[in-house]
Design a protein. Sequence first.
Length: 455
Amino acid sequence: MHSPSEFPAPPPGCPAHNSGRGVPLYTPEFVKDPATHYTYMRNFGPAAPVELAPGVEASLVTDYAAALHVLQNPDMFVRDSRRWRALNEGRVPLDSPVLPMMAYMPGPLLTDGAQHLRLRQAATDSLARIDTHRLTRMVERTATYLISQFSGRGKVDLVGEYAQVLPLLVFNDLFGCPGELGDRMVFGISGIFDGVDAAKANEVLQEALVELVMLKRSQPGDDITSWLMQHPVKLTDEEMIPQILQLIGGGTEPLSNLISNSLRVLLSDDKYADGEHSGNLLVEDAINDILWNSAPIANWATHFPVQDVDLSGVKLDAWDPVLISFAAANTDPNLSMGRQTLSKRAHLAWGAGPHACPAKDPALLISVQAIERLLNGLPDIELAVSPDDLVYRPGPFHRALGSLPARFTPERKVQPRPGPGGPAARTPGGPQAPEPHTATPKGKFWSGFLAWWKG
């Protein structure tokens, strides 16, 4: 870590450091303009001292090459936080809001060595069993349902009413959640990330996960939860809870941010203005733009050096947290001349090394399908506010819009003609959408969706 005397003077217009404790990543100033903060942090070299929350200090790697070095050297940089020095010495507040993202949990994201390989193998093999055709149909159905909830209004918050909810509903299907149990999963995960009564949300989520595991032990199905249980590594019930939690929680939040941030680019950036919204290439280009320039998970992947180490001139102390800034590494000025020649997947938004995201292909499929379905269904949709007025959610880990207000021509409600001698006929191709003016509360989205589809 750096001593206070090592801090360079903040450049004009950049927030001053926090009394030698590191650049705070939880302030409104950081949320408003993270790029300026990253520029300032580069004065320290490949890693800078930061404060993730009051009293929680770490080093943040902002250099692309240094980030790859940390991510690809699991013998020197481990993910298991049980030897986190400051935490063990009582210097980290136990009620800190960042602890759930950093404290040890026996799942694939926060373990190392043989334990990690065993848990990750179960995850990757189960994710590989996802049928892409089934997944595509599920995304299309979910998108159709959600759009029907607001299509008659002419306005929508594309974050709260679409990008946040769609991944949760799709994951509920993939993990085999029944209606009421799925409602509690949506409530729990949304509450944790929204920071609204997070303690209650976490309690509800944990109870729902326990019930899901018990249900699938007795009634296995064609879903990821059952596949994890049936895997040859024989996960225990105690291992199943963090496994599912990390897969769902680690998938839905980045996916929500990727969808909403890509929609922001498509609806506001002039370079996309002349394209056809339905063009697959255009959507994929916008997604790639976000993955390079506004990584949905901006700063995370907590590592701990097993001994004091010199990272290209920056001393990192053993068992002090070292995080990767995917956002800063991807926009490293050293890459500026060569980024166009790099592979589209050379960005670090999916991570790298043994802990790289195991679900990037399904995530890309869901994102492309969700965005295309929305833009095709509401072809004249546009932002309802200036891009400069958009507000991002606070927090050191993600780059997440608080809302994305949009407007469009309201869809006219057409009453279907009754069939001969019977009730109104259904439209061909699937169930009718619910009344667009009676939106389902977020906590009941899953059971509402199931009732719509089965009805």
